[in-house]
Design a protein around this ligand. Sequence first.
Ligand code: BG6
Length: 509
Amino acid sequence: MAATQVLDDPLRFDRPAPPATVVIFGANGDLTQRKLMPALYRLAFERRLAPGFAVIGTSRTVMSDAEFRAKMRAGVEKYLEDSPFDAALWEEFERGLYYLAGDISGDALYHELGAKLAAVEAERHTGGNALFYLSTQPSYYARVAEGLGTAGLQRTEDPAAWRRIIVEKPFGHDQASARQLNASLHGVFEEPNIYRIDHYLGKETVQNILAFRFGNGIFEPLWNRRYVNHVQITAAENIGVEGRGGYYQEAGALRDMIQNHLMQVMATIAMEPPAVFDAATVRDERAKLLRSIRILKPDEVATHAVAGQYGPAQIGGERLAGFREEKGVAPDARTDTYAAVTLFIENWRWAGVPFYIRSGKRLPKRVTDIAIQFNTAPLSLFADGEPGKWPNLLVVRIQPEEGISLRFFSKRPGSGMTLRPVTMDFNYGTSFGERSPSAYETLLLDALLGDPTLYTRQDMVEASWAVVQPILDVWSGSRFEFPNYASGTWGPKESEEMLARRGHVWRIP
Ligand code: BG6
């Protein structure tokens, strides 16, 4: 596989995708309408897709090609972000959309799919390339892979053509099931053809961490235990579970956000510089970092991890339901809708530096960021003691207002030497003035191009499960006093206490 120079071509939009058919399992679901189809349409709009491009959607629901096209159009019109809908382009694009109804648990569908792929290939000249996208219920992932194997669709006679599979999250429910899923996929596909998606890695600002750290000379020397006091990674959402109560009740915040998205963010922030920017080397460094995270012992979980669940609240005259009142959720559900953990990385760069990670639903606002707090100046020359209260802080804002800011001290104008913290701000929107591709656009294009840099690998997934598994084990036997935070607040007080034990406080983003 050709080496990919991520930083040379950050949008990877200079490379058009080769001809291919994308086969979506679970095509009648929400993800296809909300994310996948708008991303594919947008790639078409940018002229990144080859003329020989097609989509075959499949699910149990019976639909004609025309009905499928109309449904996808409605999704694109509704969910396309920051760009116009071009009806003429859609008409051209939709000619490549096909639909096949069938039951993924039986074998017949896969044989029919083989015939359909051949027909579409003849009509659209897709060159025999196919990208299978698993967007079904997770319990069917192994079955679909097996079905594809039974029909021999994981390979082609043509040595120039490729077959790849994208697996949506969640990748397993725990460490054992993740291993089992890896084994099932490996029974059919080889690892280089398995693309495990973590859409956070496709976000522009997460990719920019690599540019920021390794494209500049001034930050890396400070990026270690000598200068960094601690790191806070926050992914807060103001929404609740939004109709996904059934799924979420079984998952919880630790599994839904921390095990995957935030541990990948942590790996990106903390990994060693790769020797070269190719997929294997970047992923090796991420994996190495994940393996260096200290695994908590069961008796450490109570002091290093906090679970929360939102209760009802009255906000601005509106009553918000508590988690246990949400549709599909049991009235005594023990699910964590908030999770916070303290992790340590056992390597020479980071030994002893706490990484605090938190994520929750129904918090005061939607914000994802990483705050790197530096040690204070070794000696304060100034009487007011301000520097001790406001250490230098570097904040990488992943969303919504993507950018980077640095807090430092400045002299307050006037006589006397009083200081005030100020910030220096870089804002993506104003600096570049152009739209960033969505995470799914970036990731789908990468998979079509055969570039797995921003996808997770078997060892990475297993390493991050190893970190959260002891916490899940202890929590499954714990009796929490849920709900323990009101909607619209920053989570349970135990989370503040967890940081206070080390003299730290959660920053309000
Ligand atoms: C998904 C989770 O993976 O990420 C959701 O399942 C969560 O619960 C979502 O809301 C957050 O993604 P983003 O891109 O909006 O931060």
